[in-house]
Design a protein around this ligand. Structure first.
Ligand code: IPM
Ligand code: MG
Length: 346
């Protein structure tokens, strides 16, 4: 599901890499976002959803573009992504922020702050204010309009994301930091209670808590202190874009959205970037690294995933850079050439 803007360009590079590492993989394409609205009048046509249900894994590009604000909410391109996440119950969104040593100079942060950053933001993806009811824009008795959304989490929703966080930490450095706003919001007070309760089942994992404002600051000040950050849908959306800057560019960050089974949706965390779409400028590495996550989680091919990650590293070590991560002394290349450099390294 390549979608809109730079989505098709970066996804094409990831597919190219897939053809190289796993030639026997069967692929099918389906329209989503503005592309689907143009073709079928809705952001997620039934056939696209049906195909997503049948697939073992979904490689997603990006959705959205100019003029979308004018569309009713259920017809907006971003709705396709929200519907996919909800329909497939992909509640656990892993957004790893890892700094390739080759890109230390590309980050806006001082090298000593970001060198060695290796954390994962685990964002709850099917609850919170994104999906909570009631929501809307209505008019009060005085004739003034008011808008409202509901931040809501059930205990079981918090429990399952908590377990996902502790399990992920066991594969890493055994540290979980839960990010909430328990000092102000009841829903987040419940979040913290449940985190602590579930945490007792994982005595080998260290659990800490931060309020979202302090977490945002600590992430910028001492990012190396973090291992797994678990948080709600909205806070995770914001923190993960911020974390991207630690790694040099938002064009470097992949993600995996998982549910109970092996099926997953894999997408770069960047958007459709209409300003650079169609100009062979976009960085395809987040899409290619998303493919690596797909190989690892949905196909259980850890060795192939590693090969792809190593090939990305090799392409960077050979000096290839798209515009977003370009520095003096490196070779500036386009989307296509970056994809080729990864294929070549494979
Ligand atoms: C993301 C995006 C989406 C979100 C939008 C496109 C609906 O920002 O995946 O982070 O808010 O979840
Ligand atoms: Mg976002």
């Amino acid at each position: 599901m390549a979608g809109d803007g730079i989505g098709p360009e970066v996804t094409a590079q990831a597919v190219k890499v897939l053809r190289k590492v796993l030639p026997q993989a069967e692929t099918e394409e389906a329209p989503v976002g503005l592309a689907a609205i143009d073709a079928r009048g809705v952001p997620l046509p039934d056939e696209s959803l049906a195909l997503a249900r049948r697939a073992d894994a979904i490689l997603f590009g990006a959705v959205g573009g100019p003029g979308e604000e004018a569309l009713p909410r259920d017809k907006r391109p971003g709705t396709s992504l929200l519907l996919l996440r909800e329909s497939l119950q992909l509640y656990a969104n892993f957004r790893p922020a890892f700094l390739f040593p080759e890109l230390v100079g590309a980050s806006t942060f001082k090298p000593e702050v970001v060198e060695g950053v290796d954390l994962v933001i685990l964002r709850e993806l099917t609850g919170d204010v994104y999906f909570g009811q009631p929501r809307g824009i209505e008019t009060d008795a005085s004739g003034q309009r008011f808008g409202f959304n509901t931040m809501r989490y059930t205990e079981s929703e918090i429990e399952r994301i908590a377990h996902a966080a502790f399990r992920a930490a066991r594969q890493r450095r055994r540290k979980v930091c839960s990010v909430d706003k328990a000092n102000v919001l009841e829903v987040m007070q419940l979040w913290r209670e449940v985190m602590i309760r579930v945490g007792r089942e994982y005595p080998d994992v260290e659990l800490s808590h931060l309020f979202i404002d302090a977490a945002a600051m600590s992430l910028m000040r001492t990012p190396k202190a973090f291992d797994v950050i678990v948080t709600g849908n909205m806070f995770g959306d914001i923190l993960s874009d911020a974390a991207a800057m630690l790694t040099g560019s938002i064009g470097m960050l992949p993600s995996a959205s998982l549910g109970e089974g092996d099926k997953g949706l894999y997408e770069p965390i960047h958007g459709s970037a209409p300003d650079i779409a169609g100009r062979n400028l976009a960085n395809p590495l987040a899409a290619i690294l998303s493919l690596a996550m797909l190989l690892r989680h949905s196909f259980g091919l850890d060795d192939k995933a590693r090969q792809v990650e190593t090939a990305v590293r090799t392409a960077l070590a050979r000096g290839f850079r798209t515009a977003d991560i370009h520095q003096p002394g490196t070779e500036r290349v386009g989307t296509d050439q970056m994809g080729d450099a990864v294929v070549q390294a494979l």
